[in-house]
Design a binder for this molecule. Structure first.
Ligand code: HEM
Length: 150
């Protein structure tokens, strides 16, 4: 169970990142080239938020299974390193990022003007991208390191 959810959580990270990057790119070019808000843009907005929610769900399941988190919960070990990262920092930053994506997606959906849709998507999704990039345990991260592919 743990290995399966961990692998799924690791793979979905790439989907979330690719969709976020594409959304930000489309919002940026759409805003400055004054393009129409196409079905592709709307699908990207929708699927980026959906994938972020799936990743949140996988993360919550993983939280109940992870040895690093259970070590953190015991509270006997040192107050730093991987247990604190996965027990506290990762969940707080990622939950914040998913909330930012959800608000951005909902706001963009409700805007009547194309430029507003693009500008909302650009600002909120870019903010989420920065938070997610910081909170991923990249092999080069100073906070915690995990492989790029499971
Ligand atoms: C967009 C949101 C998220 C992204 C992109 C993300 C990404 C990742 C990545 C890349 C890993 C390393 C996987 C591996 O070891 O191969 C990881 C681990 C983990 N994530 Fe997330 N995560 C997200 C949200 C969450 C949330 C919301 C939670 C908790 C509710 C969570 C809980 C965990 C836990 C507990 C681990 C560590 C598992 C372990 O090594 O034992 N994640 N996450």
């Amino acid at each position: 169970m743990y290995q399966f959810v961990l692998t799924a959580h690791s793979v979905t990270r790439w989907l979330v990142l690719v969709f976020l990057l594409c959304s930000v790119y489309r919002a940026w070019t759409g805003y400055y080239k004054k393009r129409h808000f196409t079905k592709t843009d709307n699908a990207l907005r929708h699927w980026t938020a959906t994938l972020a929610h799936i990743q949140l769900l996988l993360g919550m399941i993983l939280y109940t299974q992870s040895p690093a988190v259970s070590y953190f919960m015991k509270g006997t070990g040192p107050k730093s390193g991987e247990p604190v990262f996965f027990g506290l920092i990762h969940i707080l930053l990622m939950a914040a990022a998913v909330i930012v994506i959800t608000i951005g997606s909902a706001k963009a959906k409700r805007k009547a003007h194309v430029a507003e849709k693009y500008s909302v998507m650009l600002r909120w999704f870019s903010a989420a991208l920065v938070i997610i990039f910081i909170a991923i345990p990249w092999p080069f991260s100073p906070l915690a390191q995990r492989p790029l592919i499971r």
